[in-house]
Write a protein that binds this ligand. Structure first.
Ligand code: 13P
Ligand code: SF4
Length: 324
């Protein structure tokens, strides 16, 4: 078990009556407002348990594209809720904590991305979904970790491709596909904390264990992985693997679904270099069950975006959904 450290901004912004049964209230609010809760696997387990749909970034975007609900409560981070809003300009999309960002999106400002593109005229810009709507609007294709390889393979071989903002995912894709995409030098603060040295020590102590890793990890960690894929890919691999001990090199929120699906297996979070809880995503963990309740009760905080930005950012997302 990882120890959870206090996370800045975790307290609910408004007082919540402590006697309320939040799970029951959330069920009631979802029915009253025809709302759906979409949640990522890195959310706290109590949030995962009230979600109508759980998935990786691609599945969550697909669910957002097809939902019949009037309100989407997106229990994830800002770029995910923004994607849901881009796909549903006329629906209400709420994010329990509007400050739930992402180091990859923050490390790729649109003006700098535009300047990078301008240095490579005629190139194709492929962006990982973990980026702002402004960067999406500047991109030809959006990808997630579950469809990136397929989409990059489909690109014309004679084109220069710019890939951002995750250099680790980009380098892994270059190796898989045999391309030399130019890489934006961004990274995920969570996936870069995993320690190769400690992972090797862990494997020595658990010789029968397999290692499952997210492609946002550095190459030094990925080279020890038996499987590399999106959060859903990792979960599915864990379910079908015959091994009983599984080392997981991604945010440990996903262990909740693994432990539910495979009570006979032991899941071991890959250790960070420091003795800290820095393998937990501080952005994802800004959301809490109280904030999910408040966002459904008050339909706030909402995602609001300019119409021209919604339109421009939608094009590369639609291309991705068509290719997935
Ligand atoms: P997935 O699409 O694999 O769920 O990844 C989302 C993410 O932010 C990983 O850090
Ligand atoms: Fe962003 Fe990393 Fe958190 Fe995923 S785990 S949301 S990539 S900071």
């Amino acid at each position: 078990m990882t120890t959870r450290l206090p996370i800045a901004g975790r307290a609910a912004p408004k007082p919540v009556d402590p006697s309320l049964d939040l799970e029951a209230e959330i069920v009631k609010l979802k029915r009253e407002k025809n709302a759906v809760v979409l949640a990522h696997y890195y959310q706290d387990s109590d949030i995962q348990d009230v979600a109508d749909f759980l998935g990786d970034s691609l599945q969550l975007a697909q669910a957002a594209a097809t939902t019949k609900a009037d309100v989407i409560c997106f229990a994830g981070v800002h770029f995910m809720a923004e994607t849901a809003k881009i796909l549903n300009p006329d629906k209400i999309v709420v994010l329990p904590d509007l400050e739930a960002g992402c180091s990859l999106a923050e490390g790729c400002p649109a003006d700098k991305f535009a300047a990078w593109k301008a240095m490579h005229p005629g190139s194709l810009a492929v962006s990982y979904i973990n980026c702002s709507a402004e960067v999406k609007a500047l991109s030809d294709y959006i990808v997630t970790s579950s469809n990136a390889e397929k989409i990059v393979r489909s690109l014309p071989a004679d084109k220069t491709v710019l890939f951002g903002p995750d250099r680790n995912l980009g380098a892994w894709l270059n190796g898989r596909v045999g391309r030399e995409m130019k890489l934006w030098q961004g990274s995920c603060i969570v996936h870069e904390t995993f320690s190769e040295r400690k992972l090797v020590g862990l494997k020595e102590r658990h010789p029968g264990a397999i290692v499952l890793a997210h492609p946002e990890c550095e190459e030094a960690v990925l080279r020890h992985a038996d499987y590399i894929g999106s959060t859903t890919g990792i979960l599915n691999y864990a379910k079908s693997a015959p091994q009983k001990e599984i080392i997981v090199a991604t945010e440990p929120g996903i262990l909740h679904q693994m432990e539910k699906a495979c009570p006979d297996k032991t899941f071991i979070p890959a250790p960070p270099e420091a003795s800290c809880a820095c393998n937990e995503c501080p952005h994802m963990k800004k959301n809490s069950l109280e904030k999910v309740y408040l966002s459904l009760r008050d339909l706030d905080p909402r995602l609001e975006m300019r119409a021209d930005l919604l339109e421009k950012a939608r094009l590369p997302i639609d291309r991705m959904l068509a290719l997935s």
